[in-house]
Design a protein. Sequence first.
Length: 318
Amino acid sequence: MRHFLDFEKPIAELEGKIEELRRTTDAGGIDVAEEVGRLRDKAHKLLQGTYAKLTPWQKTQVARHPDRPKCLDYVRQLVEEFTPLAGDRAFADDAAVIGGLGRFRGRAVVVLGTEKGNDTESRVARNFGMARPEGYRKARRLMELAGRFGLPILSFVDTAGAFPGIEAEARGQAEAIARSIEAGLEAPVPFVATIIGEGGSGGAIALAAADRVLMLEHAVYSVISPEGCASILWRDAAQAPQAAEALRLTAEDLRRLELVDAVVPEPLGGAHRDPAAAVTAVGEQIWRSLEPLLEADGATLRARRREKFLEMGRGGLG
């Protein structure tokens, strides 16, 4: 059953009527093809109009949609012969961060990502995509492995942020994130990161200090969640829609500010309406971004990447 967001209620009502009419036809009732076609056109236009003017808060809701394709959906469709690698070689394996070896378009690569899960059981097991220190240390280990064997890195980011629990802080959460960012900046191989849903704070950039940062049309990428920002500034999480406006967290905003390199269009109504098409579009953009990087040597890649991120703090984003 399709899950509709609050602002999609008029669309849900129309699609519900279309489904009722279809059932009438299937049950041997009168031919309602003309009426179904009229309602389908109306629903399509309403969907177009709604998604053409989403607010930042509504885009945040779309980015969090439970049916949106997750990291492992991208890996399954885009990466052949994927072999997962586990553990940080120090404490444990973190299920929120997936990583391993595989082939993308025939080329051996290292794959990283944050995985939220698709149902209650998997979401709990994956800690809702919020990694602990061992997750970021695993990511660092795999980025260093990629550098050692000359393998490009592909990452898929979808996290509300790093896990904020006391035990994570006790095990060095901030240090683990910083080391993961450092590993990304220092990797002597091509690195393409894609924000596929939520890109939350340091938990996101830990896997996105890349040569090219891509972002889906309805994804969000920000230093803090709208609810967290609202709780700090107004002491009221209900002000999240206002905070989302101020944070400039949409793909359109971030491309204009040159904080991401390319925006990947989503199917009409969001990636959750046609996951396979969304994943295919991401794969095409990853290849367009990766192919030119394959010609550069490690020293050049590192120098350009570091300059790219340093430049973000010089331009006065305003």
